[in-house]
Design a protein around this ligand. Structure first.
Ligand code: KIV
Length: 256
């Protein structure tokens, strides 16, 4: 079954949880799609986890398009959402329209994700939505604002909590079809999830969200550093290292 932004909104009403993971290449995207993942996010965590940058900030739109095309080729059913990289949309709604337009035209993905709340982002979201581009929002810990917010948990004061609730409502009014809530208290994420009619997708925000997303490399125990909230289901780093060592031994001893 092909998943669309409308499917996700319907699932919220049916209390069916959304399963989302990241992918940056054809091979992983194909495995995730075949394993029944609902949303495949070409996240800009690509910059740190796969490309080795310190933050997500250096990633360019061209790099993102390159990876998103590969992911799209591996996916038959999941909804593919592509992150707009830092400073490819914050300048103006027109800049966002040009960047998001390239994503949809050149990669075949069906939606974009952008970070941040109101007032600027709500205006940008409504311009994209009016142009027919589905947008996923992202509030809480927003890694593109690392130099302002750090990587700390968000919504830890009453003022921050009420700002996050207002931003979420403003993004919903602007037309996002789903909202990522990153690294915030589970009670706050739960409150936001109940106030919104669109689904929330949590990462480090408790199990009260309408779905969950993780960086696939974190879930597989493949990343060299993991966020504190990641749940690890395998130890691929060790498996890969062990397999490579065995191969090295075989080659050096001419067993292979
Ligand atoms: O870039 C990313 O991977 C994200 C997360 C929400 C998983 O935005």
């Amino acid at each position: 079954m092909t998943v669309t932004p409308r499917t996700l909104v319907r699932w919220k009403n049916e209390h069916r949880s959304i399963v989302a993971l990241t992918a940056w290449d054809y091979a992983i995207a194909k495995v995730l799609d075949e394993a029944g993942v609902d949303v495949i996010l070409v996240g800009d965590s690509l910059a740190q986890v796969a490309l080795g940058y310190e933050t997500t900030l250096p990633l360019t739109l061209d790099e993102m398009l390159h990876h998103a095309k590969a992911v799209r080729r591996g996916v038959k059913e999941a909804l593919v959402v592509v992150d707009l990289p830092f400073l490819t949309y914050q300048e103006s709604p027109q800049q966002a329209l040009r960047s998001a337009g390239r994503v949809l035209k050149e990669t075949g993905a069906a939606a974009v994700k952008l970070e941040g709340g109101y007032p600027a982002m709500a205006e940008t979201v409504s311009v994209l939505v009016r142009a027919g581009i589905p947008v996923m929002g992202h509030v809480g810990l927003t890694p593109q604002s690392v130099h302002q917010l750090g990587y700390r948990k968000q919504g830890t004061t009453a003022a921050e909590e009420s700002r996050l609730v207002s931003e979420s409502l403003a993004l919903e009014r602007a037309g996002v079809f789903a909202l990522v809530l990153e690294h915030m208290d589970a009670t706050l994420a739960d409150t936001i999830s109940h106030k919104l009619t669109i689904p929330t997708i949590g990462i480090g925000a408790g199990s009260g969200c309408d779905g969950q997303v993780l960086v696939t490399h974190d879930l597989l125990g493949w990343s060299d550093r993991q966020p504190p909230f990641a749940k690890v289901y395998a130890n691929l780093r060790n498996s890969i290292s062990e397999a490579v060592r065995q191969y090295g031994d075989d080659v050096r001893s001419r067993r292979f």
